[in-house]
Design a protein around this ligand. Structure first.
Ligand SMILES: [Zn+2]
Length: 383
């Protein structure tokens, strides 16, 4: 532990985590901050007792551009990335390759208490020119999710295959982001449901084969473009033997859904270390029940029931929509089984949104963190 531990003692989380691709500007809110201040008095004791704990959780971050001249919603600056990497280094994080994190969690191996995997989507130029060199400086592994068509087309702003091969040859995991970066939940005009799934399966395997042809790698790990998926896609991914990653926030653990692992977008308003450190230190609830499982909805304020487990005080469980605390109705408080729905007037108009539930782990300043991801099938705008 070093002096920078202060930022984990006094975190300022933004409980509402929007998909990095969404344009809505979330409001920062304060209710959780008071809870954190109450919990933080215990942290010096737990820090003093810090040991190579046997844990069963990790966090995965997602980045796009590392630049101050690209769209801010999917960018963080070089300095913001450096500050995050310094935080990981100075706070005893083990930064593992993504495939190692996935295998350890799937096999339920004992893990260090703080494990992070760093991922970059879309093979943008600044990942090669700025992000990767910085990660090498810290000796941190990374994963690059590549949509193959822009690279094959030598599209401006994207990496070339020789650049991607250079990264692969130096240990970067190159993984699947489909061929055309599609909205996978959308059928094409006139396309049947069977036709959509057949098209997606072919596109998935085509991208995997192209990446293997160019880099020799085939990890069978997919990052959903826009973080979007539905139940049929989850089944298809599983049947093809893939693991898949989404873009909604949350920690990963032994009990995560390996067909849609959450990742923390740490760009834009989530790039600052006060906000990011809370997420980097977060823990995975065990989600014992969730209904509906599907993220697809026609509603602007869908309800969901959940049963969560972990070492937390039920009275400190909070769920948030649009940055606002949600109404929480207990179905069985002892079993931590509950129903949440945004209050009337807190409706979502955009295509993708999240509900976030958090609770501090007893005796620590670390938070369990889970988000329920939604995609509206009838959005007011296409993206
Ligand atoms: Zn993407």
């Amino acid at each position: 532990m070093t002096g920078t531990v202060n930022s984990s003692i006094h975190p300022s989380p933004v409980p509402f985590q929007q998909s990095a691709m969404n344009s809505m500007k979330p409001s920062k809110i304060s209710p959780i901050r008071n809870a954190i201040k109450l919990a933080s008095c215990a942290v010096s004791l737990s820090a003093a007792l810090a040991s190579p704990a046997i844990a069963q959780h990790a966090v995965i971050t997602i980045y796009h551009h590392v630049s101050d001249s690209t769209p801010r919603s999917t960018s963080l600056t070089a300095q913001e990335l450096r500050t995050q990497l310094e935080y990981l280094r100075d706070n005893d994080f083990a930064v593992w390759p993504l495939d190692r994190v996935i295998e350890a969690l799937k096999n339920q191996e004992p893990m260090p208490d703080k494990v992070a995997a760093l991922t970059f989507d879309d093979a943008y130029e600044s990942i090669y020119t700025t992000g990767w060199p910085m990660l090498k400086e810290f000796d941190y592994p990374m994963t690059l999710f590549v949509s193959t068509q822009p690279v094959d087309n030598e599209q401006s702003g994207y990496l070339t295959w020789p650049q991607i091969r250079e990264m692969a040859d130096q240990g970067v995991i190159i993984a699947n982001h489909m061929v055309y970066h599609p909205h996978m939940v959308d059928a094409q005009p006139g396309e049947s449901e069977a036709g959509r799934l057949q098209r997606l399966r072919e596109e998935l395997l085509t991208a995997e084969a192209r990446i293997k042809e160019q880099t020799g790698q085939s990890h069978k790990i997919l990052a959903y473009p826009y973080g979007e998926y539905d139940l049929e896609i989850l089944d298809m991914i599983e049947s093809q033997g893939f693991t898949a990653l989404a873009q909604n926030s949350g920690a990963v653990g032994y009990h995560s859904d390996f067909r849609a692992l959450p990742r923390y977008p740490l760009a834009a308003s989530y790039a600052d270390i006060e906000s990011a450190s809370t997420k980097l230190n977060s823990l995975a609830f065990e989600v014992r029940q969730i209904d509906p499982v599907s993220p697809m909805t026609d509603s602007r304020r869908p309800a969901v029931t959940m049963q969560l487990a972990g070492d937390f005080n039920v009275s400190q469980l909070g769920c948030y929509a649009n940055g606002q605390p949600m109404d929480l109705e207990w179905l069985d408080r002892d079993a931590v089984h509950f129903r949440i729905q945004p209050a009337e007037g807190q409706e979502f108009a955009m295509r993708r949104f999240n509900y976030i539930c958090t609770a501090p782990k007893r005796g620590t300043s670390r938070y369990y963190w889970f988000s329920k991801f939604w995609t509206r099938s009838t959005p007011d705008n296409a993206d």
